[in-house]
Design a protein around this ligand. Structure first.
Ligand code: ATP
Length: 270
Protein backbone atom coordinates (compact mmCIF):
# COMPACT_ATOMS: atom_id res chain seq x y z
CA UNK A 1 0.00 0.00 0.00
CA UNK A 2 1.24 3.42 -0.91
CA UNK A 3 1.79 5.98 1.84
CA UNK A 4 -0.55 8.89 1.56
CA UNK A 5 1.00 12.01 0.12
CA UNK A 6 -1.65 14.49 1.16
CA UNK A 7 -5.11 14.79 2.63
CA UNK A 8 -7.93 16.02 0.52
CA UNK A 9 -10.99 17.51 2.19
CA UNK A 10 -13.73 18.59 -0.15
CA UNK A 11 -16.22 19.49 2.57
CA UNK A 12 -14.43 21.62 5.12
CA UNK A 13 -16.66 22.62 8.04
CA UNK A 14 -14.21 24.97 9.73
CA UNK A 15 -15.13 28.64 9.57
CA UNK A 16 -13.78 31.92 10.94
CA UNK A 17 -16.09 31.43 13.94
CA UNK A 18 -13.83 28.58 15.05
CA UNK A 19 -10.78 30.82 15.02
CA UNK A 20 -10.67 33.04 18.11
CA UNK A 21 -8.61 36.19 18.26
CA UNK A 22 -6.18 36.67 15.36
CA UNK A 23 -8.24 39.59 14.05
CA UNK A 24 -5.43 40.99 11.91
CA UNK A 25 -4.60 37.62 10.36
CA UNK A 26 -8.28 36.89 9.72
CA UNK A 27 -8.65 40.21 7.93
CA UNK A 28 -5.68 39.39 5.73
CA UNK A 29 -6.90 35.92 4.82
CA UNK A 30 -10.41 37.24 4.17
CA UNK A 31 -8.88 38.66 1.02
CA UNK A 32 -7.86 35.15 -0.07
CA UNK A 33 -11.44 33.97 0.52
CA UNK A 34 -12.64 36.79 -1.76
CA UNK A 35 -10.10 35.92 -4.46
CA UNK A 36 -11.28 32.31 -4.43
CA UNK A 37 -14.96 33.21 -4.50
CA UNK A 38 -14.97 35.95 -7.13
CA UNK A 39 -11.69 35.92 -9.02
CA UNK A 40 -13.21 37.85 -11.96
CA UNK A 41 -13.87 40.81 -9.72
CA UNK A 42 -10.16 41.05 -8.94
CA UNK A 43 -8.69 40.32 -12.36
CA UNK A 44 -11.09 42.64 -14.22
CA UNK A 45 -8.68 45.55 -14.11
CA UNK A 46 -5.65 43.53 -15.14
CA UNK A 47 -4.44 42.56 -11.67
CA UNK A 48 -3.08 39.11 -10.89
CA UNK A 49 -4.36 37.05 -8.01
CA UNK A 50 -1.59 36.12 -5.55
CA UNK A 51 -0.54 32.49 -5.60
CA UNK A 52 0.80 32.05 -2.12
CA UNK A 53 0.65 33.26 1.46
CA UNK A 54 2.92 32.33 4.34
CA UNK A 55 1.55 32.04 7.87
CA UNK A 56 4.34 32.70 10.35
CA UNK A 57 4.15 32.13 14.09
CA UNK A 58 4.86 29.89 17.10
CA UNK A 59 3.51 26.31 17.34
CA UNK A 60 -0.13 25.82 18.24
CA UNK A 61 -1.28 29.34 17.47
CA UNK A 62 -3.90 28.35 14.90
CA UNK A 63 -2.10 28.47 11.56
CA UNK A 64 -3.56 25.19 10.34
CA UNK A 65 -6.94 26.15 11.76
CA UNK A 66 -6.88 29.49 9.94
CA UNK A 67 -5.89 27.93 6.60
CA UNK A 68 -8.68 25.40 6.96
CA UNK A 69 -11.14 28.15 7.80
CA UNK A 70 -10.21 29.90 4.54
CA UNK A 71 -11.21 26.76 2.65
CA UNK A 72 -14.39 26.44 4.71
CA UNK A 73 -15.39 30.06 4.15
CA UNK A 74 -14.63 29.95 0.42
CA UNK A 75 -16.21 26.47 0.15
CA UNK A 76 -13.27 25.08 -1.81
CA UNK A 77 -11.35 21.78 -1.47
CA UNK A 78 -8.46 21.76 1.00
CA UNK A 79 -5.36 19.78 0.06
CA UNK A 80 -2.96 19.54 3.00
CA UNK A 81 0.39 18.01 3.71
CA UNK A 82 3.19 18.37 6.21
CA UNK A 83 6.64 19.30 5.00
CA UNK A 84 8.39 17.01 7.46
CA UNK A 85 6.30 13.92 6.63
CA UNK A 86 6.86 14.68 3.04
CA UNK A 87 10.64 14.77 3.22
CA UNK A 88 10.72 11.56 5.29
CA UNK A 89 8.19 9.55 3.34
CA UNK A 90 8.99 10.29 -0.23
CA UNK A 91 12.69 9.81 -0.61
CA UNK A 92 13.51 9.79 -4.28
CA UNK A 93 10.04 10.74 -5.47
CA UNK A 94 9.39 14.09 -3.74
CA UNK A 95 9.41 16.14 -6.92
CA UNK A 96 7.00 13.90 -8.78
CA UNK A 97 4.67 13.85 -5.75
CA UNK A 98 4.62 17.63 -5.74
CA UNK A 99 3.64 17.51 -9.41
CA UNK A 100 0.78 15.10 -8.61
CA UNK A 101 -0.46 17.31 -5.80
CA UNK A 102 -0.62 20.42 -7.97
CA UNK A 103 -2.23 18.49 -10.80
CA UNK A 104 -5.06 17.36 -8.54
CA UNK A 105 -5.49 20.77 -6.94
CA UNK A 106 -5.76 22.34 -10.41
CA UNK A 107 -8.31 19.78 -11.52
CA UNK A 108 -10.45 20.71 -8.52
CA UNK A 109 -9.84 24.46 -8.62
CA UNK A 110 -10.71 26.81 -7.10
CA UNK A 111 -8.83 25.11 -4.28
CA UNK A 112 -6.29 25.55 -1.52
CA UNK A 113 -3.04 23.69 -0.98
CA UNK A 114 -1.82 23.91 2.61
CA UNK A 115 1.78 23.01 3.42
CA UNK A 116 2.46 22.80 7.15
CA UNK A 117 6.10 23.03 8.30
CA UNK A 118 7.22 24.32 4.93
CA UNK A 119 10.68 24.82 6.45
CA UNK A 120 11.30 21.05 6.19
CA UNK A 121 11.18 21.44 2.40
CA UNK A 122 12.06 25.10 2.09
CA UNK A 123 15.20 25.53 4.18
CA UNK A 124 17.74 27.73 2.47
CA UNK A 125 19.64 25.72 -0.09
CA UNK A 126 23.27 24.97 0.56
CA UNK A 127 22.92 24.91 4.35
CA UNK A 128 23.52 21.66 6.22
CA UNK A 129 26.00 20.61 3.58
CA UNK A 130 27.84 18.53 6.19
CA UNK A 131 24.94 16.16 6.77
CA UNK A 132 25.30 14.50 3.42
CA UNK A 133 23.41 15.21 0.27
CA UNK A 134 20.35 17.42 0.35
CA UNK A 135 19.66 16.89 -3.34
CA UNK A 136 16.39 15.18 -2.64
CA UNK A 137 14.98 18.00 -0.57
CA UNK A 138 16.27 20.57 -3.03
CA UNK A 139 14.63 18.76 -5.93
CA UNK A 140 11.36 18.86 -4.02
CA UNK A 141 11.76 22.55 -3.26
CA UNK A 142 12.65 23.31 -6.88
CA UNK A 143 9.58 21.45 -8.07
CA UNK A 144 7.41 23.46 -5.68
CA UNK A 145 8.87 26.71 -7.04
CA UNK A 146 8.39 25.51 -10.61
CA UNK A 147 4.76 24.62 -9.96
CA UNK A 148 4.05 28.00 -8.42
CA UNK A 149 5.72 29.83 -11.29
CA UNK A 150 3.90 27.64 -13.78
CA UNK A 151 0.41 28.53 -12.57
CA UNK A 152 -1.49 30.46 -15.16
CA UNK A 153 -2.84 33.74 -13.84
CA UNK A 154 -6.31 32.25 -13.72
CA UNK A 155 -5.54 28.84 -12.23
CA UNK A 156 -7.22 29.81 -8.99
CA UNK A 157 -5.21 27.52 -6.74
CA UNK A 158 -3.83 29.35 -3.73
CA UNK A 159 -0.99 27.82 -1.74
CA UNK A 160 -0.91 28.61 1.97
CA UNK A 161 2.18 27.52 3.88
CA UNK A 162 2.95 27.66 7.60
CA UNK A 163 6.19 27.87 9.52
CA UNK A 164 7.58 28.88 12.87
CA UNK A 165 11.01 29.40 11.31
CA UNK A 166 10.60 32.00 8.58
CA UNK A 167 14.21 33.02 9.22
CA UNK A 168 15.62 29.78 7.76
CA UNK A 169 13.50 29.73 4.61
CA UNK A 170 15.06 29.98 1.19
CA UNK A 171 14.57 33.55 -0.02
CA UNK A 172 13.47 32.17 -3.38
CA UNK A 173 10.20 31.12 -1.74
CA UNK A 174 9.37 34.71 -0.84
CA UNK A 175 9.95 36.15 -4.30
CA UNK A 176 7.11 37.98 -6.06
CA UNK A 177 4.56 35.56 -7.44
CA UNK A 178 5.36 32.92 -4.80
CA UNK A 179 4.84 33.30 -1.03
CA UNK A 180 5.03 37.04 -1.32
CA UNK A 181 2.51 37.68 1.47
CA UNK A 182 3.50 37.00 5.05
CA UNK A 183 0.83 36.88 7.70
CA UNK A 184 1.85 36.83 11.35
CA UNK A 185 0.01 34.59 13.79
CA UNK A 186 1.17 35.32 17.32
CA UNK A 187 0.56 33.88 20.78
CA UNK A 188 -2.73 35.22 22.17
CA UNK A 189 -2.87 38.11 24.62
CA UNK A 190 -5.23 38.00 27.63
CA UNK A 191 -8.27 39.14 25.65
CA UNK A 192 -7.60 36.59 22.90
CA UNK A 193 -7.05 33.82 25.43
CA UNK A 194 -10.49 34.58 26.80
CA UNK A 195 -11.96 34.29 23.30
CA UNK A 196 -10.14 31.00 22.69
CA UNK A 197 -11.48 29.66 26.00
CA UNK A 198 -14.97 30.65 24.90
CA UNK A 199 -14.61 28.60 21.70
CA UNK A 200 -13.31 25.51 23.49
CA UNK A 201 -15.75 25.75 26.38
CA UNK A 202 -18.69 25.51 23.97
CA UNK A 203 -19.04 21.71 24.17
CA UNK A 204 -18.20 21.53 27.89
CA UNK A 205 -20.65 21.29 30.77
CA UNK A 206 -19.69 24.27 32.89
CA UNK A 207 -20.14 24.56 36.65
CA UNK A 208 -21.43 27.79 38.22
CA UNK A 209 -18.07 28.82 39.64
CA UNK A 210 -16.32 28.89 36.28
CA UNK A 211 -14.78 32.29 35.52
CA UNK A 212 -13.34 32.78 32.05
CA UNK A 213 -11.55 36.04 32.90
CA UNK A 214 -9.79 34.23 35.71
CA UNK A 215 -8.74 31.40 33.36
CA UNK A 216 -7.38 33.90 30.82
CA UNK A 217 -5.33 35.53 33.60
CA UNK A 218 -3.94 32.17 34.76
CA UNK A 219 -2.59 31.21 31.33
CA UNK A 220 -0.01 33.75 30.09
CA UNK A 221 2.20 32.26 27.36
CA UNK A 222 -0.35 29.57 26.49
CA UNK A 223 -1.06 28.98 22.81
CA UNK A 224 -4.51 28.22 21.43
CA UNK A 225 -3.52 24.56 21.28
CA UNK A 226 -2.53 24.67 24.99
CA UNK A 227 -5.89 26.23 25.87
CA UNK A 228 -7.78 23.59 23.87
CA UNK A 229 -5.79 21.02 25.86
CA UNK A 230 -6.65 22.65 29.19
CA UNK A 231 -10.38 22.53 28.41
CA UNK A 232 -10.20 18.90 27.44
CA UNK A 233 -8.09 17.89 30.44
CA UNK A 234 -10.40 19.77 32.82
CA UNK A 235 -13.40 17.87 31.47
CA UNK A 236 -11.58 14.55 31.93
CA UNK A 237 -10.42 15.46 35.45
CA UNK A 238 -13.97 16.39 36.48
CA UNK A 239 -15.40 13.23 34.92
CA UNK A 240 -12.86 11.07 36.73
CA UNK A 241 -14.05 12.61 39.99
CA UNK A 242 -17.61 11.75 39.03
CA UNK A 243 -18.71 15.37 38.80
CA UNK A 244 -21.74 16.55 36.85
CA UNK A 245 -20.05 19.72 35.52
CA UNK A 246 -16.55 21.11 35.09
CA UNK A 247 -15.57 23.71 37.68
CA UNK A 248 -12.83 26.15 38.59
CA UNK A 249 -10.66 23.67 40.48
CA UNK A 250 -10.73 21.18 37.59
CA UNK A 251 -9.45 23.93 35.34
CA UNK A 252 -6.71 24.91 37.79
CA UNK A 253 -5.62 21.26 37.98
CA UNK A 254 -5.65 21.06 34.19
CA UNK A 255 -3.60 24.27 33.90
CA UNK A 256 -1.04 22.81 36.33
CA UNK A 257 -0.87 19.63 34.33
CA UNK A 258 -0.35 21.49 31.05
CA UNK A 259 2.30 23.73 32.62
CA UNK A 260 4.04 20.59 33.90
CA UNK A 261 3.96 19.18 30.40
CA UNK A 262 5.30 22.38 28.88
CA UNK A 263 8.16 22.51 31.39
CA UNK A 264 9.15 18.95 30.58
CA UNK A 265 9.10 19.71 26.87
CA UNK A 266 11.29 22.78 27.37
CA UNK A 267 13.76 20.78 29.40
CA UNK A 268 14.16 18.33 26.57
CA UNK A 269 14.67 21.11 24.06
CA UNK A 270 17.26 23.10 26.01
P1 ATP B 1 1.76 24.00 14.50
O1 ATP B 1 2.71 25.11 14.17
O2 ATP B 1 2.16 23.21 15.73
O3 ATP B 1 1.33 23.16 13.34
P2 ATP B 1 -0.62 25.61 14.32
O4 ATP B 1 -0.27 27.03 14.49
O5 ATP B 1 -0.91 25.10 12.95
O6 ATP B 1 0.44 24.72 15.05
P3 ATP B 1 -3.18 24.55 14.95
O7 ATP B 1 -2.81 23.16 14.55
O8 ATP B 1 -4.01 25.32 14.04
O9 ATP B 1 -1.85 25.35 15.27
O10 ATP B 1 -3.84 24.55 16.39
C1 ATP B 1 -4.07 23.35 17.10
C2 ATP B 1 -5.41 23.41 17.80
O11 ATP B 1 -5.38 24.42 18.81
C3 ATP B 1 -6.53 23.83 16.87
O12 ATP B 1 -7.08 22.72 16.21
C4 ATP B 1 -7.52 24.44 17.86
O13 ATP B 1 -8.25 23.46 18.55
C5 ATP B 1 -6.60 25.11 18.87
N1 ATP B 1 -6.36 26.53 18.53
C6 ATP B 1 -5.17 27.10 18.20
N2 ATP B 1 -5.32 28.40 17.96
C7 ATP B 1 -6.61 28.69 18.12
C8 ATP B 1 -7.42 29.88 17.97
N3 ATP B 1 -6.86 31.05 17.61
N4 ATP B 1 -8.75 29.79 18.19
C9 ATP B 1 -9.31 28.62 18.55
N5 ATP B 1 -8.64 27.47 18.69
C10 ATP B 1 -7.30 27.49 18.48
Amino acid sequence: SKAKLFDENTDVKTSFKDVAGLEGAKEEVQEIVDFLKTPEKYTSLGGKIPKGALLVGPPGTGKTLLAKAVAGEAKVPFFSLSGSDFVEMFVGVGASRVRDLFKQAKEKSPSIIFIDEIDAIGRARGKNAMSGSNDERENTLNQLLTEMDGFGTNTNVIVIAATNRADILDKALMRAGRFDRQIFVDLPDIVERKEIFEVHLRPIKKAEDLDIDFLARQTPGFSGADIANVCNEAALIAARKGKKAVGKQDFLDAVDRIIGGLEKKNKIIT
